[in-house]
Design a protein around this ligand. Structure first.
Ligand code: HEC
Length: 233
């Protein structure tokens, strides 16, 4: 009994001696270090063999990410004027596009511009924001192109919608805004065109727009499950 008691104390002291020597600041022993330290380069690692010493590289200037399209107009008054006259809605005026545009408009725009587009949204009525124009404002004479441009870049108190919406969604909203403008001006309703099923090239000015075909092939399995796989800008 006595000897067992002594042995226990002896083991405890030995255990303390071993554990207490370990410095917590030092790395501990590694079992199979290859599992922790990869042999390949780490994506954001620092290595002398690379220019600037870093593995991660910036894309080459002028690189266009897959599924993204550059917008040809800059954010300045000259380009805004050209977009206003030249930029046309590439989406056909189908009922689907109209309905989708209306839903998106109600989400993003109606709080300020109002359900009718008369500039009397809830935020205006509560005087949270001022200077929201009606879409039939003669001085502005908005067009398909100018609506798209203002959604892309925003204008003074109105923010940009380039990050929240895809190219297609912006053009759908565009159709709906034009329909509100027509209604405010008392014009007859525009007739829908039939759905052809043909894919639409969303920015007519770009020659290399077949980027979309590739993206479509890759995502075709998921497309129905997840709308977000569609082409984003
Ligand atoms: C936070 C409130 C707010 C929201 C939300 C908003 N707008 Fe505006 N919008 C404004 C204001 C304010 C102006 C006037 C800007 C100016 O001329 O200084 C404006 C102006 C416009 C114009 C006229 C631009 C021109 O050429 O003179 C259009 C078209 C327009 N908005 C469309 C939209 C669309 C489409 C959406 C939704 C995607 C939207 N707006 C969302 C506040 C808003």
């Amino acid at each position: 009994m006595r000897s067992l008691f002594h042995k226990t104390i002896g083991f405890c002291l030995l255990g303390f001696a071993v554990v207490s020597c370990h410095d917590k600041g030092d790395p501990n022993y590694q079992y199979m270090p290859d599992m922790y330290e990869p042999i390949g380069y780490e994506a954001y690692g620092e290595y002398d063999v690379f220019e600037n010493g870093q593995e991660a590289k910036l894309p080459v200037e002028g690189t266009i990410p897959r599924g993204w399209m550059p917008y040809d107009y800059q954010n300045n008054p000259e380009d805004a004027a050209v977009a206003k006259t030249d930029l046309k809605n590439p989406l056909p005026y189908t009922q689907d596009n109209y309905v989708e545009g209306k839903a998106l408009y109600t989400i993003y725009c109606a709080v300020c511009h109002g359900d009718k587009g008369d500039g009397k949204g809830i935020l205006v009525e509560r005087e949270k924001i001022l200077g929201v124009p009606s879409y039939d404002d003669a001085g502005r004479a908005i067009t398909e192109g100018s609506i798209y441009h203002v959604m892309y870049y925003g204008l003074n108190n109105m923010g940009s919608y380039a990050a929240q919406t895809t190219i297609e969604e912006r053009w759908q909203i565009d159709h709906y805004v034009m329909s509100l403008k027509d209604k405010l001006e008392g014009k007859p309703e525009r007739e829908y065109v039939e759905e052809t099923g043909e894919p639409t090239q969303l920015l007519p000015s770009r020659a290399d727009a077949n980027l979309y075909d590739d993206a479509g092939d890759m995502n075709s399995d998921q497309e129905n499950q997840n709308d977000q796989t569609e082409t984003q800008e």
